[in-house]
Design a protein around this ligand. Structure first.
Ligand SMILES: Nc1ncnc2c1ncn2[C@@H]1O[C@H](COP(=O)(O)OP(=O)(O)OP(=O)(O)O)[C@@H](O)[C@H]1O
Length: 266
């Protein structure tokens, strides 16, 4: 059944961050949220993750409304949020906090099954051999894969990622996104990621949700995500690349994170 967002609205005082947002993501699909800075992407992910309460509306996972408890939702952050001085394995294991409890985790009293889950998750993201390595001695891409492993250890029904590759160089971003998509497929996980880089979004996304000023202005597949739709999502951008929409990015270009510069990102 997948994820269903129904009439979600979020107001911060006078600011309406989301207004009547409704869409569905089929079970096991890899979906991407697109939108300019301020469109409401983070607010949407924060509501799905239980970090923010919506003003109104509902979120349903496999037909069940998910409310305050979000233990079945895994989250991958832009800046990893890892404990630098801990190993990849110990960081992955922190994904069990919700189940094990803080004190037992602190005392290293996780059940054997959780320890096995942490190793399996590291294997899934291709880091089993680096399990004992401190994460601050790993590359940005490897750190992000540890972040994915930690989310997997939660055994989530839904995987969220807020700008998971925004701080990586293009080659690492590709590698992390490949790992991310393959992991989601292997585990048949419904995934929703917000991505600034349109070229990466188009390469890896199966389903797209375009937000503009807090409203859904597009829901569709990769083939439906035409350059003119992208222009609508990101405003009036008059570039040949955008009109042609088929340019491949120059691998020597630095990572693009500026939402207003779509032409360079295509
Ligand atoms: N805690 C908050 N208090 C007040 N306003 C907020 C808060 N969080 C977000 N907003 C406002 O809600 C709107 C949507 O913000 P949000 O961060 O969801 O957008 P975004 O698409 O994720 O942007 P970005 O890509 O820059 O992160 C913006 O106008 C923002 O200023």
């Amino acid at each position: 059944m997948g994820l269903r967002i129904q009439d979600l609205t979020k107001e911060y005082g006078d600011t309406t961050a989301l207004s009547g947002v409704s869409f569905e993501i089929p079970d096991g699909s890899f979906a991407v949220v697109l939108g300019e800075s301020g469109a409401g992407k983070s607010t949407l992910l924060r509501i799905l993750n239980g970090l923010t309460e919506p003003t109104s509306g509902g979120v349903y996972l496999d037909g069940q409304e998910i409310t305050n408890s979000r233990s079945d939702v895994g989250m991958v952050f832009q800046q990893h949020n890892l404990a630098d001085e801990l190993s990849a394995y110990d960081n992955a294991l922190t994904g069990t906090f919700n189940r094990t409890g803080f004190v037992r985790s602190l005392l290293n009293l996780q059940p054997v099954e959780d320890r096995e889950l942490a190793l399996e998750a590291l294997e899934t993201v291709g880091l089993l051999d680096e399990a004992g390595q401190r994460v601050d001695r790993m590359s940005g891409g490897q750190q992000q894969r540890v972040g994915i492993a930690r989310a997997l250890v939660q055994q989530p029904a839904l995987l969220l990622a807020d700008e998971p590759v925004a701080s990586l160089d293009p080659a690492s971003a590709e590698a992390v996104m490949t790992c991310f998509r393959e992991t989601a497929k292997k585990r048949d996980l419904t995934t929703l990621a917000s991505l600034h880089q349109v070229n990466i979004a188009r390469e890896f996304g199966e389903q797209f949700i375009g937000l503009k000023d807090g409203e859904v202005m597009f829901v569709g597949s990769r083939s439906e995500l035409t350059p003119s739709i992208l222009e609508e999502i990101y405003g009036e951008i008059q570039t040949e690349e955008l009109r042609e929409g088929t340019e491949t990015p120059d691998s020597n270009e630095p990572t693009q994170t500026n939402a207003s510069d779509i032409g360079a990102r295509l």
